[in-house]
Ligand binder design. Structure first.
Ligand code: PLP
Length: 393
C-alpha cells in the first residue's frame, strides 16, 4: 500500500486488484498447506502454511498498516495472541497486568505464573501510586487493556508507556474493544498491539482469531518465529474472512458507536440503571483521557441494573433484539452477564477486586436501528418492574 493512504482506504482497499495470476479484484484465498519448491533449496516465496501463508500475510500486512506497526503475526485466537507475547518472557521476568482485564487474560497470566513461567502483579493501572510502586520492581512487560472488559475503565497509554520505557519494560496494549479505527497504541508508545480479531476486526461473529502487531521488525521476527515454533498461527480461511470483515470496519464501528452513545444517555437517565460505564459520558472517570487518546468512544458499554439477580434474569429474558451471548464487536447486538459468563472463570475475590458485581450487564451494540434497540431495553425494564411487582418487590 502506497504511503500516505488514509486508514479507511487501507481497510477497504489493501490488497485489492493486486493478483498477478488472473487480475482477481478480491485477493484470492490460498488454502494449500504446502508449496512447491522451484528447485532444491529454493522456494517461490512460501514453503509451509504453519510458517507463512499468503492469505494470512495479506491480513497481517493490512493490520500492520492500520496499527502503524513494523509487522504482524496472525494467530488462532485472541488468547493465542496474548500468549504469543507472553511466550517471549523468561522465568525471572514479571508482568504488570490490569486487575480488571478480560477474564481469559487473567486466567492465562495466573496459570503461567502458577507453573513458574514468570510472575505477575494485577493492579489498578489508574492508581498512579500503585503503578509507580510496581514499576520500581522492574517488570519486563506491562500489559494494558483500555477500555477494559467489562467495566470500560480507561488508562493513559502514553503516560504508562513512557514510565515503562524508562525502566526498560515493553508495553503491550489489548486494543480489542476499539480497533485501530478508534485507537492507535503504537503511536502512543506501545511495543505490541494485541487483538482478538474475533471481535470488531472481523465484525461478523463467524471467526475466532487473533493478531499481534509489533512496533519493531526485530520483535515481529521473534513473534513470527515463536508462532511457527508453537504452531499457533491462524488458518488461511479465517484470515480471508477476517480481511473481508475488515473492509467495513470504519462504517460499522462509526455507526455502532453512534447508537451506543444514545443508549448510554438513555440508560443514564433510567431509574433502573444504577451506574452506566461508557467513556463517552462526561461523568465517566476516564472521559478526559479517552477524548485525547481515542478518536471515538466505541460501541461497548456496561451498566448496573438496580435490583438483584432475579431482576437480571427477568431483564435478559425479556430482551427480543439483544441476544444473551458472550463475545462482542459483531454486527448484531449482544448482552452478557459478566459474573456468570465472560468472567465466570474469575473467583469471587478477583471479581470483587475488579468491581464486577452480580447485577452488571455488558452491551455490545450492533448495527440494528437505534430506535429498535432503545425500545427493546425499555420493554425489558418494564418487564422487570412488572415482575418485581408480581413478586411483591
Ligand atoms: N482480549 C479481550 C479484551 C477480549 O474481550 C477477549 C475475548 O473476549 C480476548 C482478548 C480473547 O479473545 P479470543 O476469544 O478471540 O481468544
Amino acid at each position: 500500500m502506497a504511503k500516505g493512504k488514509g486508514l479507511r482506504t487501507i481497510a477497504a482497499a489493501n490488497g485489492i486488484a493486486a493478483d498477478h495470476a488472473y487480475g482477481a479484484v478480491v485477493p484470492p484465498i490460498y488454502l494449500s498447506s504446502t508449496f512447491a519448491f522451484d528447485r532444491l533449496g529454493h522456494t517461490q516465496g512460501y514453503d509451509y502454511s504453519r510458517t507463512a501463508n499468503p492469505s494470512r500475510d495479506m491480513l497481517a500486512d493490512t493490520l500492520t498498516e492500520l496499527e502503524g506497526g513494523a509487522g504482524a503475526v496472525v494467530v488462532a485466537s485472541g488468547m493465542a495472541a496474548i500468549d504469543l507475547v507472553l511466550g517471549q518472557l523468561r522465568r525471572d521476568d514479571f508482568v504488570i497486568a490490569p486487575h480488571d482485564c478480560y477474564a481469559g487474560t487473567h486466567r492465562l497470566l495466573a496459570a503461567r505464573r502458577d507453573r513458574g513461567q514468570f510472575d505477575v502483579i494485577f493492579l489498578d493501572q489508574s492508581d498512579n501510586a500503585a503503578l509507580a510502586e510496581a514499576l520500581k520492581k522492574k517488570p519486563s512487560l506491562v500489559l494494558i487493556e483500555t477500555p477494559s472488559n467489562p467495566l470500560m475503565r480507561v488508562v493513559d497509554i502514553h503516560t504508562i508507556a513512557m514510565q515503562a520505557k524508562a525502566i526498560g519494560a515493553k508495553v503491550a496494549v489489548d486494543n480489542t474493544f476499539l480497533s485501530p479505527a478508534l485507537q492507535q497504541p503504537i503511536a502512543l508508545g506501545a511495543d505490541f498491539v494485541i487483538h482478538s480479531t474475533t471481535k470488531y476486526l472481523n465484525g461478523h461473529s463467524d471467526v475466532v482469531g487473533g493478531a499481534v502487531i509489533a512496533a519493531s521488525k526485530q520483535d515481529t521476527e521473534a513473534l513470527a518465529a515463536w508462532a511457527n515454533t508453537t504452531g499457533v498461527t491462524g488458518a488461511p480461511f479465517d484470515a480471508y474472512l477476517t480481511l473481508r470483515g475488515l473492509r467495513t470496519l470504519f462504517p460499522r464501528i462509526e455507526s455502532q458507536q453512534r447508537t451506543a452513545a444514545s443508549l448510554a444517555v438513555y440508560l443514564q437517565r433510567h431509574p433502573l440503571a444504577k451506574a452506566v460505564h461508557y467513556p463517552g459520558l462526561e461523568s465517566h472517570p476516564g472521559h478526559a483521557v479517552a477524548k485525547v487518546q481515542q478518536s471515538g468512544f466505541g460501541a461497548m458499554l456496561s451498566f448496573e441494573l438496580a435490583g438483584d439477580i432475579n431482576d437480571v434474569r427477568c431483564f435478559v429474558d425479556a430482551l427480543r433484539i439483544f441476544t444473551l451471548a458472550e463475545s462482542l464487536g459483531g454486527v448484531e447486538s449482544l448482552i452478557a452477564h459478566p459474573a456468570t459468563m465472560t468472567h465466570a472463570s474469575m473467583d469471587a475475590a478477583a471479581l470483587r477486586s475488579a468491581g464486577i458485581s452480580d447485577t452488571l450487564l455488558r452491551l455490545s451494540v450492533g448495527l440494528e436501528a437505534e430506535e429498535d434497540l432503545l425500545n427493546d431495553l425499555e420493554q425489558a425494564f418494564s418487564a422487570v418492574v412488572t415482575d418485581a411487582a408480581g413478586r411483591g418487590g
